[in-house]
Design a protein around this ligand. Structure first.
Ligand code: LRH
Length: 468
């Protein structure tokens, strides 16, 4: 196979990056060309994403990418799930809301009035999360926004539209809206109608690997590149991350770690049992028609919010140094990281004390030690539930993303769960994005297992064995 270069745009809830991947001849070389913060903004009407700032950074990153590698053959975009822009024609109707905005509670009540939770799970297979797109759209409907909007595009689809002029809905991310039929993978027209949402809002669904369009001449001029294709990838960041987990399959689970921890396995078909719904496991669309059977568990959000609060209070809060100190503490307070009070933005150290009074007056290192232990406890519990629900015995768990760098957390997970923990790669999401494009461009071929074998060879994970 020939070698070639593709570019990935990967947007997380706290930061974004543009990377290039050199692929071919059994190699996979990933290079960062641009990193930037993602800073949500609160205005009178709530918490928003600054999507124009993100777009400016995407353009800046692509300009750097073409500068480093003029021969880039395609671009792919992924981001966090569920959030979207509403447009009237080409005009964006305001900054997209952040899924942590409080308005979602009104949407949950509005949808609950029309469709029962069990019926909804049978239709869309999604775990209940108050911010799933359908709840947000119910608020827009009630506020009259859908009387003026003519389309809604999830964040990666919106950016792809700005780059190419083409409106599409990439399937893995569309599966997080709650409006895709879990069995057909297409928009669920009956559900859309029942919720009083205009069907015309929703763009045609495309699969990862399909071409969305090519850079418009204007955009190509701005980024100093050629009008190359923008290719759909697993545009839900978790879908891209799962592509690049080196060792999934029967007997192993993954934890995709970022702001959230997505804990699951890959299955051939959705699991829609009452037990699965009761355990709040989700069936999200994966690349190549697979199902990502997983559960959202709290993640690095707790750490990031505490670090921000400590720094605002004048503490240096250097994370690596704090983690080293935390590793010397052996009597951590354990708290429930899944408590809903921890989801919104706000004073995180105070919220932790409200849940665990033993943390009152604790040093940052002690608080961090508690967070790490409590996350490991929640991860271990979720892995046990996953094993019961799938009937697979899971003796290995592969941690990818941010937490893969956190040796203390990986080791405590191994100890508490009694499972082997494989850590890395840290940039699984961008890597999965690159791999799906590289395969679409003919630089690679094979199944997801072949792509994962390439990741395992080029980015061997670190191993943590359980200590007895
Ligand atoms: C992780 C993630 C997760 C969603 C949440 C909104 O970044 O995409 O899979 O549930 O953000």
């Amino acid at each position: 196979m020939t070698a070639g270069v593709v570019a990935a745009v990967d947007l997380g809830a706290t930061s974004g990056r543009v990377v290039i991947g050199r692929v071919g001849g059994g190699t996979l070389d990933v290079q960062d060309v641009h990193r930037f913060p993602n800073r949500p903004v609160r205005t009178r009407d709530g918490l928003h994403w600054d999507v124009l700032d993100l777009y400016r950074n995407v353009l800046e990153g692509l300009r750097k990418a073409f500068d480093v590698e003029p021969g880039i053959v395609s671009i792919g975009i992924d981001s966090w799930a569920v959030d979207y822009g509403l447009l009237r024609g080409d005009r964006l109707l305001g900054d997209p809301y952040h899924y942590r905005d409080e308005r979602t509670a009104r949407g949950v009540a509005a949808v609950d009035d029309v469709v029962g939770r069990a019926e909804l799970y049978a239709a869309n297979g999604l775990q209940f999360l108050p911010f799933n797109t359908l709840y947000q759209l119910a608020v827009d409907r009630d506020e009259g926004m859908l009387d003026v909007a003519t389309s809604m595009l999830l964040v990666p689809d919106l950016l792809a539209f700005w780059l190419t002029g083409e409106r599409r809905a990439e399937r893995t991310n569309a599966s997080t809206t709650g409006l895709l039929d879990v069995t057909t993978g297409d928009w669920d027209d009956a559900l859309v109608a029942r919720l009083g949402l205009p069907r015309a809002l929703f763009a045609p669904v495309v699969e990862p690997g399909e071409r969305i369009g090519t850079l418009t001449a204007d955009v190509a001029a701005v980024v100093g590149g050629r009008p190359v294709p923008v290719v759909a990838v697993g545009s839900h960041d978790t879908a891209s991350a799962v592509v690049a987990v080196p060792l999934p399959g029967p007997g192993s689970a993954y934890i995709c770690s970022g702001t959230w921890s997505l804990i699951g396995t890959e299955t051939d078909a959705p699991v829609l049992t009452p037990e699965s719904r009761a355990a709040n496991f989700t069936n999200e669309g994966g690349v190549d028609g697979r199902t990502r059977y997983l559960r959202n568990v709290m993640g690095m959000w707790l750490v990031n919010e505490c670090v921000a609060a400590w720094q605002a209070a004048g503490h240096p809060a250097d994370l690596p140094a704090l983690l080293d100190e935390a590793a010397t503490i052996d009597d951590p307070v354990v708290l429930d990281v899944e408590d809903p009070s921890l989801v919104p933005a706000g004073d995180m150290p105070a919220r932790l004390v409200a849940l665990a009074p033993g943390l009152a007056g604790a040093s940052p290192a002690r608080v961090l030690r508690s967070i790490v232990e409590s996350l490991a406890v929640a991860y271990a519990r979720t892995l046990d539930a996953l094993e019961t629900l799938t009937g697979d015995s899971l003796d290995t768990v592969n941690v990818v993303g941010g937490a893969s760098l956190n040796r203390l957390l990986c080791q405590r997970l191994a100890d508490l769960s009694g499972r082997v923990v494989l850590a890395g790669p840290v940039e699984a999401t961008a890597t999965g994005n690159l791999l799906v494009q590289a395969r679409a461009a003919g630089l690679l071929d094979g199944t997801l297992e072949d792509l994962r074998a390439l990741v395992a060879r080029t980015h061997p994970p670190r191993r943590h064995d359980p200590r007895r």
